[in-house]
Design a protein around this ligand. Sequence first.
Ligand code: AMP
Ligand code: GLY
Length: 424
Amino acid sequence: MNILLLGSGGREHAIAWKIAQSPSLERLFIAPGNAGTAATGTNLPVSPNDFPAVKQACLEYRVDMLVVGPEEPLVRGIHDFFLADPEIRHIPVIGPTKEGARLEGSKDFAKEFMTRHGIPTATYRTFTKASLAVGIRFLDTCSPPLVLKADGLAAGKGVMICRTREEAAAELTAMLDGARFGEASSKVVIEQFLEGIELSAFIITDGLTYRILPEAKDYKKIGEGDTGPNTGGMGSVSPVPFARGPFLEKVEQRVIIPTMEGLKAEGIRYRGFIFFGLMNVQGDPYVIEYNCRLGDPETESVLPRIRNDFVALLKSAADGTLDRITLETDPVTYASVMLVSAGYPDKYEKGKRISGLDRAAGSLLFHAGTAFDSEGQVITSGGRVISVTSPGADLNEALGLSYANAPVITFDGKYYRSDIGFDL
Ligand code: AMP
Ligand code: GLY
């Protein structure tokens, strides 16, 4: 079959790499892709948010399945767009409809959903510009730290952790009154800060049943020891030792099953991935957030551990036959270290030549922000540039290989964290 994958990050390179191994694949297209995905299929200069152009590509290349990597096209309704068009209605879309994508697209919706279905999450209240004064008074009844979240998509920047009530009041005002995140902060969720250790759990679902994918931990902060501003993610590891056994059992019973039942009860037929951002609070899981897609850079460490034919897995999610699939995971550990551009997550330069890509023996290199220059050389084109992903019998071995290969790949201004996995 022919598959079109939307997106251009490390997650999409990992998905493309995995899809490309399937015996049932004829042609893989990636829109827009990067220099790494170009080695797994054909990149198309199409924006994932330009639905008519995605449709054209599907017709032109006889696409049999659309796989959506990032959240934005899902939240904007690409699945619904396909369902509503007789020319492309027959093409299955991996990723939820607009309604299901609200789990990520609206923090307020996600919190209400969790409340309705008894899913453990931090206590919260939601405010709008009209109720700003009530919100400020509400802050007086809370004990900091507090977490303020813009309701809508804000490119991963819409969450503020406030250490004092004054800080929270100023932030709430900036978000609601000052439209700090535009339309995304026209509603703000205020929630209790949860103390614990985070991890990411994933399922694939056909809307009827689900399979739990390997869990992962990502490292969001730019600085070592988890300091400094948040990034898209500086590295990841899978498996996560503390998440095994009884904790995972609690995640399934308290979070995954009630989420699936909730979606069914609300008539939301969800086909695709659900990413549960979890906090382990003294052995009990709480949902920090839902995402309607796989995580980045978690995917880079998760997908290499899945032994199944990935196209067959995706197809079963599309067809409603996931109950026939047994997910087979590799007990090996994978660790991903992200090489990033100088200055990231603030301003950074692009267009730096990358060398050493053929010398990282034993590691997988998933491209996150790369492109070709006019001479066909691989250059940087984003903040996150390349994930150095390595296997090992344990975490130390996997990290050891990634850290042996990280210096081999060079580009002007390269930076990476040298302490991924430090807390495990
Ligand atoms: P989100 O965009 O919802 O993933 O939030 C970004 C980050 O903020 C999370 O990865 C957590 O590190 C942190 N965070 C969000 N909500 C909470 C919470 N209730 N308690 C503690 N940390 C939180
Ligand atoms: N790594 C977190 C995310 O993909 O949102």
